[in-house]
Design a protein around this ligand. Structure first.
Ligand code: ARG
Length: 289
């Protein structure tokens, strides 16, 4: 007798169960967000920001985090600092300690002190940086290591300084494509491995030097490889809680790949922020335990 198996083929069902962990985020309202200077290839002062639309898009992002059960703290925006909305750049918090940011361009330098003061006010000790670094824009935290980008903004010396300050190994990666000038537009951390599962990332190989591509292949042989089309809409500028991955809505292919791995993509539209070269993750600093 032949028994017909009518269940869904195993290959179609994600085998891994993803678990969310509640996170603490810091955001900055886009009250003064504008494109008034150009420090990356996305920025064009002639391409005006729709301020009301930006505000709505940012509110949706904040409410998305709240509805997923995360804590969202807010820092007061400063007049004259149009990029302060990109809170990821304000520092790197790991294990109750912070490594302060020291911005590459004068236009953003005042933000470093503002973020450091906010963190200190939360009782988080901040190490003042000697080396140029743009916080979580170029540092991505995993439970066993920190992935660090260099090439456009953060210096290699800052990688060493971060490792010393935070007492966690740092893996340096070289960015080579100016469109992907920060590490957080070239790699998305999907699972930081703090729950015991192996760390899981997605990345766009073309953003990295051949040597760094080899490093990524060796460290993350199972990584999701993102297409150039999805990277170009800043699809990798995503925030994951281990299960839900909040990402730019235009990155449809990436969202499909994530779903196939058991993640739940949560698409949001941050098109106004793309005019400044930023999206979901840029607008979000995670205060890592
Ligand atoms: N206009 C900002 C800059 O060029 C965008 C920062 C994006 N932030 C990020 N974490 N990638 O500095």
């Amino acid at each position: 007798m032949t028994v017909l198996d009518t269940r869904t083929p195993a290959a179609a069902a994600p085998s891994i169960v993803r678990r969310a962990r509640a996170r603490r985020y810091l955001m900055c309202a886009p009250s003064h967000f504008q494109v008034t200077y150009a420090i990356n290839p996305w920025m064009d002062v002639a391409n005006a920001v729709d301020v009301d639309r930006a505000r709505l898009q940012w509110e949706v992002l904040r409410n998305t985090y709240l509805s997923l059960g995360h804590r969202v703290d807010l820092i007061e925006p400063m007049a004259g600092q149009p990029d302060m909305v990109f809170s990821a750049n304000g520092g790197l918090v790991v294990g109750g300690r912070a490594y302060g940011a020291k911005f590459r361009f004068a236009e953003r330098s005042a933000e470093g002190e503002a973020y450091a003061q906010w963190l200190a006010g939360q009782g988080i000790p901040v190490s003042a940086p000697r080396q140029t670094n743009e916080g979580e824009g170029d540092f991505l935290t995993l439970s066993t290591m920190i992935l660090a980008g260099t090439g456009f903004r953060t210096s290699l010396d800052a990688h060493i300084e971060a490792a010393e300050v935070l007492e966690r190994p740092v893996v340096s990666l070289e960015l080579v494509d100016p469109r992907f000038y920060h590490l957080d537009v070239a790699i998305a951390v999907l699972d930081d491995a703090s729950g015991g599962a192996p760390a899981d990332i997605a990345y766009y190989p073309g953003a990295f030097s051949p040597h760094s591509q080899r490093t990524l292949r060796d460290l993350f042989p199972q990584a999701v490889l993102c297409s150039e089309a999805d990277a170009r809409v800043l699809g990798l500028n995503a925030v994951s809680d281990g299960h839900h991955v909040v990402l730019p809505a235009a990155a449809r292919g990436l969202a499909e790949s994530l779903r196939g791995r058991g993640y739940t993509p949560v698409p949001v539209d941050l098109s106004e922020f793309l005019k400044s070269g930023g999206s979901v993750k840029c607008c979000t600093m995670e205060l890592h335990r």
